[in-house]
Design a protein around this ligand. Structure first.
Ligand code: TMP
Length: 206
């Protein structure tokens, strides 16, 4: 089983995915918790390029290809071997993030994204995607609070520094993806408090 968590900055994915792992492991599932970008040694190096605010203004094609390179390494070295071994893979962001950020928000051609995904990753799709939906104004203020309090890496802020309008497009993009693939997506209201969001996710996973 392949489960992904998606959402804008500050939507609480990273906290909630840990709660989900805890819940599934209690149920006896063998889980692997991983993330994109940065789920492999090579991927961590790619992540540092992608999220470095010094690279502000990176060409959208360069950005896309770096995310794809990270994913190729991740799927081939971590995700596919774990799925073949019968494990449950929980991944903090995956291909839907590419569609929302590079496709809907940056305007990269969606057909190109889908073609690359089919060619390089044999169109591997999650079984379930939890979308933590949140107003970007709330998400960004939560994200900056965590960064300013030192709870999140301050050198990984290239996307947090994007304008509110960019994050609005990402949110809309995610909601559109969820509408198109309503069977795979579970939309959770991430404006609620942590415990309530956790309960909603566990109910959905049950
Ligand atoms: P994170 O902070 O949730 O780890 O995500 C890193 C950033 O990378 C986040 O701002 C979203 C962005 N991203 C993309 O733009 N495209 C992608 O394909 C992925 C996986 C992430």
């Amino acid at each position: 089983m392949f489960i992904t968590f998606e959402g804008i900055e500050g939507s609480g994915k990273t906290t909630q995915i840990r709660h989900a792992v805890e819940f599934l492991e209690k149920k006896g599932k063998k889980c692997i918790l991983t993330r994109e970008p940065g789920g492999t040694i090579t991927g961590r190096k790619i992540r540092s390029i992608l999220l470095d605010p010094e690279n502000n203004g990176m060409d959208p094609s360069t950005e896309l290809l770096l995310y794809m390179a990270d994913r190729a390494e991740h799927v081939n070295k971590i995700i596919n071997p774990a799925l073949s071994a019968g494990k449950t893979v929980l991944c903090d962001r995956y291909y839907d993030a590419t569609k929302a950020y590079q496709g809907f928000a940056r305007g990269v051609n969606m057909e190109l994204l889908d073609k690359l995904h089919k060619l390089i990753l044999q169109d591997l799709k999650p079984d379930i995607t939890i979308l933590l939906d949140l107003d970007p104004e709330i998400g960004l203020s939560r994200a900056w609070k965590q960064i300013n309090e030192g709870k999140r890496a301050g050198f990984e802020t290239r996307f947090e520094k994007e304008a509110l309008g960019f994050h609005g497009k990402v949110r809309k993009g995610y909601l559109e993806l969820a509408r198109i693939e309503a069977k795979r997506f579970i939309i959770v209201d991430a404006a609620k408090d942590e415990n309530q969001v956790k309960k909603d996710i566990i109910k959905a996973l049950s």
